[in-house]
Design a protein around this ligand. Structure first.
Ligand SMILES: [Ca+2]
Length: 318
């Protein structure tokens, strides 16, 4: 882990997620403004457009982004956002003409995820199987996470058109249950899905996610060893030191951006087990919302301090 990092002094307002287009241009979502901004390689941020229908409040707003695995052909950018009645996923074509990018009209592909002032989840990511995985929150409803028919407190698995992915364990969109608030999804080199999750005041979690796995909320948190629930692989006893959002995995290391903890955590992965977390940049740059692999093989860290926010660029490891 490099101890020096470059700051990209973009004038951002609560950036939540970033993706890189094939030409190296980044697209960043801003939670409260509902703006999508582009950052050409080595350039400044430019507003690409405002996502219509976003109702930002509390922890809700324009949240996760994911690029279609077939982007070169279909030009689809996927977005998870809080709308007036729900949390939902839409996709929009990013058109390019003469080097300038523009947005078509967004198309909702999945609606009805419960919303609340907090616990909205919001991370979306395409898996190695080509399906779209979605981290939702319990939306402050404690009856949601344990109900396999409810969409709150889940990891969902969808087709690119928004249908339940084939092979899902309950015949609907649900992939795993018993989650509190999932804002980080990543796969290791063996194709295992890992997810970060906020604990209540104790027990932030890094989980290894299996289909139909029940991760305990609201009955239990952490790793209590109850046979009916999946124990977390890493438990942070104090949410003041972690509160993990974005997650990335490179090689056998997981990288987690911490909000309250104001640091980057790395966790060594050993197959299906996880080792002891190591803290980096503690309270140097404030709250970190997302960790994104760059096309160069380094990382972008998105800060969430509203003063304004910037991107911390970590160069590739030598
Ligand atoms: Ca749990």
């Amino acid at each position: 882990m490099p101890d020096a990092a470059e700051r990209l002094e973009l004038q951002l307002d609560i950036p939540w997620s970033a993706v890189f287009l094939p030409d190296g241009t980044a697209i960043i979502s801003e939670r409260n403004t509902a703006l999508l901004k582009t950052v050409p390689a080595g350039g400044r941020d430019v507003t690409l457009g405002e996502v219509p229908g976003v109702a930002a409040a509390g922890e809700g707003g324009l949240l996760g982004l994911a690029l279609s695995p077939a982007f070169a052909a279909d030009r689809y950018l996927y977005m998870y956002f809080t709308a007036r009645e729900d949390n939902r996923i839409a996709r929009v074509r990013v058109q390019e003409s003469g080097g300038a990018l523009s947005l078509d009209e967004p198309e909702p592909i999945f609606t009805g995820i419960p919303k609340a002032n907090t616990h909205n989840g919001g991370r979306i990511r395409f898996g190695p199987d080509g399906f779209l995985y979605v981290g939702t929150g319990d939306s402050q409803r404690r009856d949601q996470p344990q109900d396999p028919q409810a969409l709150g407190g889940k990891i969902l698995r969808l087709t690119p058109d928004g249908g339940p992915a084939p092979g899902n364990p309950f015949g609907n969109a649900v992939y795993s249950l018993g989650h509190r608030n999932v804002q980080g999804l990543a796969w290791d080199s063996a194709g295992r899905l890992w997810a970060s999750e906020f604990g209540p005041d104790v027990n932030d979690e890094l989980n290894l996610v299996v289909p139909a796995g029940n991760y305990g909320w609201p009955a239990v948190t952490g790793a209590p060893g109850r046979p009916e629930f999946q124990d977390a692989k890493v438990v942070w006893p104090s949410t003041a030191e972690s509160s993990p959002s974005g997650l990335e995995i490179v090689g056998s290391t997981a990288y987690l951006g911490a909000l309250r903890g104001q640091r980057l955590w790395t966790v060594p992965l050993e197959g299906a087990e996880a080792g002891t977390p190591v803290a980096h940049f503690t309270r140097q740059f404030g709250r970190i919302r997302d960790v994104v692999r760059t096309p160069e093989g380094g990382f972008w860290l998105l800060t969430n301090n509203e003063n304004p926010d910037f991107v911390l660029v970590l160069p590739p490891s030598p």
